[in-house]
Write a protein that binds this ligand. Sequence first.
Ligand code: NDP
Length: 449
Amino acid sequence: MSDIVQTVKNKDPHENEFQQAVSEVMVSIKPVMDRNPEYRSAKILERLVEPERVIMFRVPWMDDQGEVHVNRGFRIEMNSAIGPYKGGLRFHPSVNLSILKFLAFEQVFKNALTTLPMGGGKGGSDFDPKGKSDNEVMRFCQSFMCELFRHIGPNTDVPAGDIGVGAREIGYLFGMYKRLCNEFTGVLTGKSLNWGGSLIRPEATGYGSVYFAAEMLATQNDSLEGKVCLVSGSGNVAQFTAEKLLELGGKVVTFSDSSGYIYDEEGIDKEKLAYVMRLKNVKRGRIKEYTDKFSSAVYSPVDANADSNPLWNHKADCAFPSATQNEINGKDAQNLVNNKVKLVSEGANMPTSPEGIDIFIENDILYGPGKAANAGGVSVSGLEMTQNSMRLSWTREEVDSRLKMIMNSIHKTCLEAAEQYDTPGNYMNGANIAGFVKVVDAMLDQGVV
Ligand code: NDP
């Protein structure tokens, strides 16, 4: 297995995040490879780490002052063994090939775990929507789609949102796709309700991460009732994680953004959460402003170069990292353990560094890795695709109950796969193994392609 990681490093030495994601999976699947020699002779791993297609393009756009800017657009079509490529678009200045390849790689296994027929992909741009006017965001999205449209389609590749891409951006992207292709199809998910979106899609990732956490606690006859919870981020995933936690009796005490975090020892109740939703989704403000409104909270700026993030050093029972990759390093993980955290459910993708994961596992923390715990978003995207092809809309209750069923089934699948390969209770191994087996068996069936 180490030879595959070495090959990946040799081919693209600067792609640290991609190497990290590949290494994690390779460690988990070693026993599967040992029991199934046919995978080795079919060069399954070599094929799995090479995207089926990488698309990279220029995105020129004009700001409100008439100045021209040029960003880079990407789409990684990683693996289509079990269905059309499916995965979000991320607009953030940090976006590069390494980050999108890691996200696309993770997406392949996550989508397999959902049981829905979706392959894995990811895309985006180094464009920063922060501080841009609606018109600037619209012009950018239109220019982005002017290239992307030739590579996607309802049976080929179906993008969705991710960091920096919410309902507004999906609307502008869809409008341009429809104009270019002259067809109204379910080519994007995360659409608004009145033109093909699904109920519960905005809530799905956060709700799903909490459902997964509840399932993990239930294995110890415990529940979220009364649990103090640290939530990072304050975007889509963080907001709906908090909403579901409140509903299930949890107490949420933190939110963050890339500038800093707030700690509200009295708890962020429904009214305060509604304020955060307006602040972030309508006003597009910063989390610091929370303390202007609620004096029970303290704001601390976060130094990205510090050796730990103080958000993870508060007394709590559960942690829900819901912002970005590698936001919990080894020291943060140790702080969480020292503070007696019992459970970590990853709403974000790969938010914990490899050192952090080792610390959680060594200390028997209930650790739900992102590819399992945050699969609720893509699951409801899959349900949105189904509703689009059937040209009907399910009720809120119906979608939510399907989401809950899928999260329960992912939880069960992870536990069974971990047990089968002699690491009982290790959700990371379980998720990697179950996702891997489903995808590579499909690849074997389809020959060398
Ligand atoms: P949003 O853009 O809605 O929110 C992202 C949040 O994370 C913001 O609060 C943002 O702060 C913060 N953030 C982003 N980058 C950084 C950074 N480098 N350092 C610190 N904070 C940062 O995105 P989502 O909520 O949709 O996504 C959050 C995570 O969940 C991502 O890892 C994403 O891949 C993952 N995810 C999302 C899914 C979805 O359905 N949306 C599905 C599955 C996973 P600021 O405003 O300052 O940038």
